[in-house]
Design a protein around this ligand. Structure first.
Ligand SMILES: [Ca+2]
Length: 436
């Protein structure tokens, strides 16, 4: 779906159009279309129109399960009912003892066995050592603390052939006094043998360049470096000044920098991007994942600015993550670029603050604009002064003075600039007057 500003001469190419395939459910075009949205609180959701749901990978794990309670029990124990156990039953030791052997076969080779045990009314740890085909597994028994009152599995490496019959026995030990040991079952993992080695993790950022490291103001990450939970505090000022060069958190001037779950506070500009391939990610499964109370970007005049040289950049969540930004005056500012994605942000500015005056606004104020696409004619390459193929979707923006998500244009200083690319007839020109 195509979205473009409401102009009548659709056969001319508008310099500033967002994307060629996005669906915008709510967008304040403000000055562009001459409609001024001014509201203290507005939630804006931008949802990508098409969701592609691929088939999920089949879980390759195959487990052959052998219940402990099937084994022959000596005078050292008993088979007991246990609603928390597999099959509703478990094997209980009152004192050390070894089960009779359990015969089993597996249809595929197995490379490990996992035994599930727990402690009962024990005063010390209890232990089990499994034996398969008369060979004890592991260099020593597996033990659980006396406080381990729910079944927990421990895995032993093994190498069992498929097809032939095997025997399992479980030897309980360190069971003294009132100690009690329960065994539920053993499972044989038949997924991993005689198959190609598993592909590398599909996490391209599994080995970050740095983790939870504190950097100083003006930090310049190396090209293609990945930083998990990088931390920068420019100042303790809740309303840093609007001075781009004064307090800059991260200088992205190298290609393909990735920041995951950052914590950037008190900067005039939190992240200034002037290179391609930058990614700002919020990964819920990793350390430093932010929240409304501990946001990724906090108290910056501008949070992240995509400046001249920025393209192919992404702001998005991974594993259900959202990028939390709180009390930034202009949290996301797109001035240049193409092939962009701004998604999965949670932006709010709950209370007015005494931010520096910026022309029109005066007095205490909240965020000016949550996500501001303000393509700057002078920053765009002369060969193609379009700001194109930027998708803005699934952002939750609240607490701003002007617009939640805004598409705007900066003509580069002139009161009346042509924003139509090509050579339109004068009557087809679309002009914009800068804010007085
Ligand atoms: Ca069981």
């Amino acid at each position: 779906m195509r979205m473009r500003p409401h102009i009548k001469h659709s056969h001319t190419r508008v310099v500033l159009h967002v994307g060629s395939h996005i669906c915008v459910s709510l967008l304040c075009l403000g000055k562009v279309v001459g409609v001024r949205k001014k509201t203290g609180l507005l939630f804006a959701w931008m949802i990508l129109g098409v969701l592609l749901v691929g088939s999920l990978p089949v879980d390759a794990l195959q487990l052959a399960k052998v219940e402990a309670e099937q084994a022959t029990v000596g005078t050292w124990g008993a088979v007991v009912n246990d609603t928390t156990a597999s099959g509703g039953k478990a094997l209980r030791w009152n004192k050390p003892g070894t089960t009779g052997t359990l015969d089993f076969t597996i249809s595929e080779p197995a490379d490990s066995v996992t035994v599930y045990i727990k402690a009962g009314s024990s005063t010390s740890r209890v232990c089990v050592r499994p034996t398969v085909d008369n060979t004890a597994l592991g260099t020593q028994p597996m033990c659980v603390a006396r406080t381990q009152r729910t079944y927990v599995g421990r895995t032993f490496a093994a190498n069992f052939a498929a097809g032939s019959s095997h025997t399992l026995a479980l030897a309980g030990s360190e069971i003294t006094g009132t100690d009690r040991l329960f065994a539920d079952y053993a499972s044989f993992d038949t997924s991993g043998i005689n198959l190609p080695p598993p592909p590398p993790s599909d996490d391209p950022y599994a080995n970050p360049t740095s983790t939870s490291q504190t950097f100083t103001e003006g930090w310049t990450p190396a090209a293609s470096s990945v930083h998990l939970n990088p931390r920068i505090t420019c100042s303790a000022d809740p309303t840093p000044p609007n001075v781009a060069s004064a307090e800059r958190g991260v200088n992205v001037v190298n290609q393909n920098v990735v920041l995951i779950n950052p914590q950037i506070k008190g900067c005039s500009v939190g992240i200034l991007v002037r290179a391609g391939g930058f990614k700002l990610l919020a990964d819920k499964s990793k350390i430093g994942y932010a929240s409304a109370d501990s946001p990724a970007l906090l108290s910056n005049y501008k949070g992240v600015v995509f400046d001249q040289g920025a393209f192919g950049y992404e702001v998005k969540g991974l594993n259900g993550g959202e990028l939390f930004m709180r009390n930034n005056y202009i949290p996301v500012n797109l001035q240049a670029g193409y092939d962009c994605l701004i998604a999965d942000t949670d932006i709010d500015h709950p209370k007015p603050l005494d931010w520096d005056p910026t022309g029109r606004l005066s007095g205490i104020r909240r965020a000016k604009v949550g996500i501001k696409a303000r393509a700057d004619y002078t920053l765009l390459p002369a060969s193609d002064r379009s700001f194109h193929d930027c998708t803005i979707r699934s952002n939750n923006v609240a607490g701003f003075e002007e617009e939640g998500i805004s598409l705007d244009a900066n003509g580069g200083g002139s009161d009346a600039v042509t924003l139509v690319q090509g050579s339109p007839r004068p009557s087809q020109r679309w002009t914009q007057r800068r804010t007085p």
